[in-house]
Ligand binder design. Sequence first.
Ligand SMILES: NC(=O)C1=CN([C@@H]2O[C@H](COP(=O)(O)OP(=O)(O)OC[C@H]3O[C@@H](n4cnc5c(N)ncnc54)[C@H](OP(=O)(O)O)[C@@H]3O)[C@@H](O)[C@H]2O)C=CC1
Ligand SMILES: O=CC(=O)O
Length: 326
Amino acid sequence: MKPKVFIALPIPPQAEAFIAEYCEYRKWDFKEPIPRETLLKEIVDMDGLLMVGGDIDQELLNCAPKLKVVSNISVGYNNFDLEAMKKRSMLGTNTPSVLDETVADLVLALVLASARRIPELDRYVKDGKWKKGSDGNLYGVDVHHATIGIIGMGRIGEAIAKRAKYGFDMNVFYYNRTRKIKAEENLGAQYCTMEELLQKSDFVVLMTPLTPETTRIMGHREFSLMKDTAFFINASRGQTVDEQALLEALVKGKIRGAGIDVYEQEPIDPEHPLLKMPNVVTLPHIGSATEKTRLDMAMLAAKNMVQALKGEQPPNIVDELRGVRT
Ligand SMILES: NC(=O)C1=CN([C@@H]2O[C@H](COP(=O)(O)OP(=O)(O)OC[C@H]3O[C@@H](n4cnc5c(N)ncnc54)[C@H](OP(=O)(O)O)[C@@H]3O)[C@@H](O)[C@H]2O)C=CC1
Ligand SMILES: O=CC(=O)O
């Protein structure tokens, strides 16, 4: 008998066809996210769950007595209650590496858009405000030869460093809990403390996973250490930043601007004061959102799940659940 899988969001037909070869499946095929109550009902008789973002917690596990694997279509897995999953010997997989270059492109886009005020000046032209001789008000700051500091020099962090170093001749600093000597050799990146990084960088980029340790890793103290002329870029998770502290730093001119892809609450409330700031560039959590990369992620997630259900070791079991046997 084929294992049963629930696909909790629309996925590309290729990924669905791959799953169909090995599994019976039901799917949620609507643009709106699946309501939690519906998900809890759908997974009652499932062996596998393919999804993105929803909480995999004790309540969900209680509703799914047969569930053996949860395959996230994302690299971040802060939605996993790792302790609850470990207790149930539940495998959890993610989609690392296939999205690194795409997310790094987007981070550089945020750096450039913030520094050169691209969304603001796009509106300026379209609103008919461009008059002869008015360009003195339109200056931004240089990205090339500036200093970038990457907090969280992992797979994506390194792809950002590569672009910064070889595309823009930037000085690259990074902070991790562990040094990466190879990255230092290959990318000319310099390891430093978080304090030094904040004090030296023209662009501070946050790219850590969301963990208890990184929750609000950027708060009042950290923003106060940044240069008044610096920009803050966040493409990690919204909860890594104290948004109120970021807002205050922007309002008081403690930092010059920000580029943000992720928020404490998503979607962010349209009335949120951060959205009223002209020096903040915002995006709707689209770091990996290109057609090719989203297809690659869905295929990888489908393969992770099928391998797990065949009793094989899928390649992308998240670190904390390695060694778990279903
Ligand atoms: N905006 C978007 O659409 C996207 C967002 N993301 C986010 O980016 C995150 C990173 O992805 P990826 O690069 O693949 O992950 P990696 O695991 O490869 O890299 C994470 C890096 O963060 C560092 N890190 C972890 N904890 C801390 C800490 N407490 N202090 C300082 N550094 C820390 C790690 O180094 P060390 O362990 O040595 O500290 C590691 O180098 C994802 O978890 C996800 O949340 C990813 C894709 C798209
Ligand atoms: O936010 C996206 C991810 O892949 O993580």
